[in-house]
Design a protein around this ligand. Sequence first.
Ligand SMILES: [Fe+2]
Length: 282
Amino acid sequence: MKKSGIELNLGRLSGPVLIFGGPYSNLAATHAMRQRAETLQIPPTQIICTGDLIAYCAEPQETLELIRDWGIAVVQGNCEEALGADAPDCGCGFAEETTCSLLSVEWYRYATQKVSSADRLWMQRLPKSIVFRLAGKRIRVVHGGVRQNNRFIFPSTPRAVKEEELALADSDILIGGHSGIPWGEKIAERAWLNSGVIGMPANDGTPDGWYLLLTPEDKKIRCGWQRLSYPALQSSHNMCEVGLQSGYAETLVTGLWPSLDILPAAEQDRRGKTIRLEEILC
Ligand SMILES: [Fe+2]
C-alpha cells in the first residue's frame, strides 16, 4: 500500500471488493454494513468507504470509532474535510438559503461538538482518492468528482460531464459517493459508478441503504448493487433523543428526503419509486 499526498494506492486486489459510502453518523447502519461484510467474508483490506462518515445522524464519535477499528480504507468526504479543518459549515455544496443548506446547520453544529482534536487530525489526513487494480482494470474511488469532492454527479448528469470525469480519473472504472443515490453507467469500455450510501435512504420510499460489490469474472469485473437493511427506527429515535429533529430523522423511516433542492428534475421525478439497478460487466 502506497500513500502519496492526496492519493492512496492499494495495489492489486484479488476481490471481491466491497464499496459503500455515507455512514453519516448512523451507527446501526454502519454495524449492519460490517456484519454484512463479515457474512460475505470480505476482509477490511478489500473494503473502501467513499467518505462522509459523519453527517446527519446521532452517533458521530461512535461511528468514526467503528470505522477506524474496522481498518478499512476511507476516502476523505467533504464532511471529513470540513470537520478536519474546523470549517464553519459542512461544505456539501448546497446553494445558500436552500432547505438542504439550512438543514445541514443543525447536524454540523452537533457533530462539531462531538469530535476530538485527534479525530480531526485523522480526518485531515485521509486521502482524496483511492486507486487499485482488479482483474487488470484500473479503478479510482473518489467522493464527489475527481477534482471537486462536493461535485454532484447523478444518473441524469450529462454524459459529457461523466466522460470528462473519466478522462481526469485516468481509470477504467470511476466510483463516487456524495450524491446519496446508487447508479452506474457504462461509457464505451469504461464505467462511472456510485456505490450509494448506507446512512440515509436513497429517496426511494424504503429505509434501506445501498452498497456495491465488484467481483472479478475472467478478465472482467461484475459490478452489482445490494440493499442494506438495518434497524432504522432505532437510529431515527436516537436522533430525536439528542435533539436532531429536522426532517432527516423522519427520512430514516419513510425513505423520503426532506428536500429535493440538490436533485435535477429527472431524479426529483424518481422520489418514492423503486430503484432497479442492472449489473454492469466492465
Ligand atoms: Fe458528501
